[in-house]
Design a protein around this ligand. Structure first.
Ligand SMILES: O=P(O)(O)OC[C@H]1O[C@](O)(COP(=O)(O)O)[C@@H](O)[C@@H]1O
Ligand SMILES: [Mg+2]
Ligand SMILES: [Mg+2]
Length: 339
């Protein structure tokens, strides 16, 4: 595909590659593109409008919702609902999944979307890059009937598409439909996404590690051992520590430069912090499509059978050789998280 073609052209050009290509998935990705532009507009002027700070509510995970969490959630929910292209949506900011029924109460649409409307919430007020993460599945229950929990609790290896938007120095939409990973940069002057990063690939090796070392004393021994390994004077080590605190932004940097992101279990978070369905599975799909790897330190993230909508898992994601080494340290000790 010729570089700098628009996202719209790319979608039309590649539609025939899309599994079950009936145009529905294209319309769905186009709607995510639209919602991304609306949210981007608000993020870019966050200090000027009343969108900073806490919303005064907590979500089902007991986290204080930021105003931008709520705003982004509303925009993505409305954009996807109004276009009647999905039969159900699950979101970090919604307690339960939302059934989208058509005018006649049934819904022939075949896709469900799982979304983290605003990723990196702790960075919103301090003007550090944040993102949105999405994951798309075909429903498994009969179309025309109300969507069920089982339509959302599918293994990551069943995803038909996944991606993220990073609202950073530039705004990019990066996604996969199972045929590689492509990145599109928004030209804010004309509101159009252009193909700027075709066929993105994780370097097999990297020298960057991303982890919140402030939790070091609470980490499992395998993680402590791996961090010591990263910091030793040997070969291409010590590695460089880089941690933005927005999964999307840390992942994006590591995919371009080579690196590993780890959010492990800890005595404070025995199952880890990140959510399997709308954070780890979509990033794992992208990582694998970009020649990288994603696990919980022991098993492939996308083979984990989900049991709850907001379940958390430990997350190791990045350059293949770095994940292999980290897993070798983890496998010296029994897994602590069970699901
Ligand atoms: O502040 P911590 O504990 O290091 O956690 C940071 C991690 O939590 C997250 O902010 C969780 O995502 P949300 O902001 O969507 O809740 C990740 O983006 C990030 O990598
Ligand atoms: Mg998140
Ligand atoms: Mg979030």
């Amino acid at each position: 595909m010729q570089q700098h073609s628009t996202l719209g052209e790319f979608i039309i050009e590649n539609q025939k590659q899309f599994k079950y290509s009936s145009g529905e998935l294209s319309r769905l990705i186009n709607s995510i593109r639209l919602a991304a532009k609306v949210v981007n507009h608000e993020v870019n002027k966050a200090g000027l409008v009343d969108i900073l700070g806490k919303a005064g509510e907590t979500n089902i995970q007991g986290e204080d919702q930021q105003k931008l969490d709520v705003y982004a959630n509303t925009i993505f929910m409305e954009t996807l609902t109004n276009r009647e292209i999905v039969c159900g949506i699950a979101s970090e900011e919604e307690d339960d999944f939302v059934t989208i029924s058509g005018n006649d109460d049934s819904n022939e649409n075949k896709y469900v979307v799982l979304i983290d409307p605003l990723d990196g919430s702790s960075n919103v007020d301090v003007n550090v890059s944040v993102g949105t993460i999405f994951s798309i599945y075909r429903r498994v229950t009969k179309s025309g009937t109300p969507v069920q929990l089982e339509d959302f609790l599918q293994e990551g290896n069943k995803q038909v598409a996944a991606g993220y938007i990073v609202y950073g120095t530039s705004t990019m939409l990066v996604f996969t439909t199972g045929h590689g990973v492509n990145g599109f940069t928004l030209n804010p002057a004309i509101g159009t996404f252009y193909l700027s990063h075709p066929d993105m690939m994780f370097p097999e090796n990297g020298t960057i590690y991303s982890i919140n070392e402030g939790n070091y004393v609470h980490f499992p021994q395998g993680v402590k051992d791996y961090l010591k390994y990263c910091q030793m004077e040997e070969g291409d080590r010590p590695y460089t520590s880089r941690y933005i605190g927005s999964l999307v932004s840390d992942f994006h940097r590591n995919m371009i430069k080579g690196g590993i992101y780890i959010y492990p279990t800890s005595t404070k978070a025995p199952k880890g912090k990140l959510r399997l369905l709308y954070e780890c599975n979509p990033m794992a799909f992208l990582a694998e499509q970009a020649g990288g790897k994603a696990s919980d330190g022991y098993m492939r993230i996308m083979d984990i059978k989900p049991t709850e909508l907001h379940q958390r898992v430990p997350f190791f994601c990045g350059s293949t050789n770095m994940i292999d080494v980290a897993e070798r340290f983890m496998k010296n000790y029994p897994a602590t998280a069970d699901y």
